[in-house]
Design a binder for this molecule. Structure first.
Ligand code: ZN
Length: 240
């Protein structure tokens, strides 16, 4: 079984399409929220995810785009992008985003955006937060995004073991508990500008991470055309 797990697409349709093409035929597509914000094509991204029947959860940017007060916590550029998104999105996009739950479970997998104890805001970035996250999970495993950095933590007896996956690397978690982060499709922040995602086989208990180059200049041109902050376009070139 092959499930493509995507997170933090952030209205970047060019990156999303590159990832879907790279993944090829899959049994399911799951997403971990932050579908919109930052990028130039919120309606296009939501239409594509609806078309491929992606199942997933809501992120802080999605909540803010729907009018939530999450926007109060954003930096000026993120806020400007959400204000633009609010004015731009169609009723269909709004309805699709509004239907996303905060968490979703499928077998022994829980999907959340941030962390199990705070699905909207907490960044799952350390062994101590990972330990608290395992305690807060009702399933064996978790899938999370929000940090825009591909990562995993496994729980081996009482030991939390971090894993920083490179392109093409796999993690076998049979007999362990794990928290898997696919990285970001639309705005990576680990210094590699290529889109990041993972392929999950829940039966064999293996995850593999992948990086996919896409036409960053085309996205930057679209962002310029619609008047999004220049700094948000610029950062895509650096993956930061
Ligand atoms: Zn995000």
């Amino acid at each position: 079984m092959r499930i493509a797990v995507l997170s933090d697409v952030h209205s970047n349709l060019v990156a999303l399409d590159a990832v879907l093409e790279h993944a090829g035929p899959v049994d399911a597509i799951w997403h971990l929220g932050d579908i919109v914000g930052y990028g130039p094509d919120p309606d296009g991204v939501v239409a594509r995810l609806a078309e491929v029947k992606a199942a997933g959860v809501r992120g802080n940017h999605d909540a803010a785009a729907l009018g939530g007060d999450e926007i109060e916590y954003f930096n000026p550029e993120a806020r400007a992008a959400i204000e633009w998104t609010r004015e731009t999105i169609s009723d269909a996009t709004r309805a699709w985003l509004a239907a996303l739950p905060e968490r979703r479970t499928d077998g022994e997998m829980t999907l959340i955006h941030g962390s199990p104890r705070d699905p909207t805001w907490e960044y799952l970035t350390s062994a101590s937060i990972a330990r608290a996250s395992f305690a807060a999970l009702s399933t064996a495993h978790g899938l999370n995004g929000h940090t825009h950095v591909p990562a995993a933590f496994t729980l081996d007896d009482d030991r939390v073991v971090p894993f920083r996956p490179r392109d093409g690397e796999s993690l076998s978690f049979a007999g362990l508990r794990t928290l898997l982060n696919p990285g970001s499709v639309g705005q990576p922040r680990d210094g590699d500008p290529a889109a990041s995602y993972l392929i999950l086989d829940p039966e064999r208990q293996v995850a593999s991470w992948h990086r996919v180059a896409y036409d960053i200049r085309a996205v930057q041109a679209s962002m310029h055309d619609v008047g999004l902050p220049a700094r948000l376009a610029e950062r895509l070139s650096h993956g930061l």
